[in-house]
Design a protein around this ligand. Sequence first.
Ligand SMILES: NC(=O)c1ccc[n+]([C@@H]2O[C@H](COP(=O)([O-])OP(=O)(O)OC[C@H]3O[C@@H](n4cnc5c(N)ncnc54)[C@H](O)[C@@H]3O)[C@@H](O)[C@H]2O)c1
Length: 359
Amino acid sequence: MNDKLKIAVVGLRFGDHVVENQIVTGRGSAWFSLAGVFDIKSSVSQARGSHYGVKSYSSFQAILADPSVNVVGLFTPPGGRAEMVREAIRSGKHVITTKPFEIDSAAALAVLEEAEALGMVVHLNSPSPKMPPDWQYVHDWRSRYSLGRPIAAHFSTWASYREKPDGGWYDDAKRCPAAPIFRLGIYSINDMVRFMGPAESVQVTTSRLFTERPTPDNAELTIRFKNGCIGGIFASFCVNDGNSYADAVVLNFENGTVYLNSAPPKSPRREVHMQLVIRDGEGPRMVDQAVIPFADRAGTYQWEALYRAIKGEKLEDTVTPAQIAEGIAVVEAMAKAEQTGTRVLVNNPHVVAKAPARC
Ligand SMILES: NC(=O)c1ccc[n+]([C@@H]2O[C@H](COP(=O)([O-])OP(=O)(O)OC[C@H]3O[C@@H](n4cnc5c(N)ncnc54)[C@H](O)[C@@H]3O)[C@@H](O)[C@H]2O)c1
């Protein structure tokens, strides 16, 4: 494409992986070209800028002052990101950023609403702007097969990390609550909230098995939604079975069960397999199934949607600021639940999104 938009990327640890695999090459490269990079560690900025043959900016403000930059990719730690997004949009820069968007739901909601009012685009990978295809299937099956009310959602994700403390946000329970949930389970929180509507209360259980960080490496979060559905997310850095980011989901409805990625994996994992089971006489029957490319499932960066939104196209059925803030309200309650060891009500009075009818 000749008319690529220019992106500058801020925060060059995971952000550098995004530059290398999604902007310089990969899916984003069809729509965006790299204008430059910035990290508060100036040696990192300079090394990566010269590696990619682009500008290494001396500050975030220098990016915001560069009229050639259309979009800022923000890959800094999650705390205080709303403030950086605010500076960007007020300077006329669109934003793409990553999960967890923020740890303050009110700050997140305020900046996302301001972006909408200014006509600026702010996209996240989770929750993604457009409904990802795996969840689109769940929605379609729910109505096509009259699955009824959602009853329970069970998410499991794991990897094998054996981490040492480094003094960063990953070591700080306030900035990284219930660490495996905040770092890996966050996708499932966002997916669930988008599907179920607002949460009512949370409980959390954690343990430290192998990590040398002060934060846990094994955790389970239980969410009670206002619609009565119970959601469970298990996330762990302790399972060394080669199936990193396993990401299995079982969704029980009144009249059927959806399985997503729930069988032993094939290697390499290029696809996500989904099945729907409903009652047939006295037994179960798989009545529908779907296969989607791994690269399209929930949590991936929707570069084409970002490009089209910036170009002024109205995208249908995109995630709302309230839905994004609801996920963060769950994180806020989870942090309190971790600190107190009790069930904590989700404080989301600023949230206006409604649960789907009769769920
Ligand atoms: N690490 C992963 O595999 C991974 C995967 C997906 C998403 N993410 C998300 O990406 C974000 C960043 O994660 P990370 O692992 O890279 O964190 P990190 O703390 O390891 O690295 C953050 C980088 O940003 C820089 N930085 C911090 N504040 C800055 C600022 N104000 N301006 C410019 N640079 C700044 C730091 O120097 C560092 O290089 C998090 O939200 C995380 O959840 C990480």
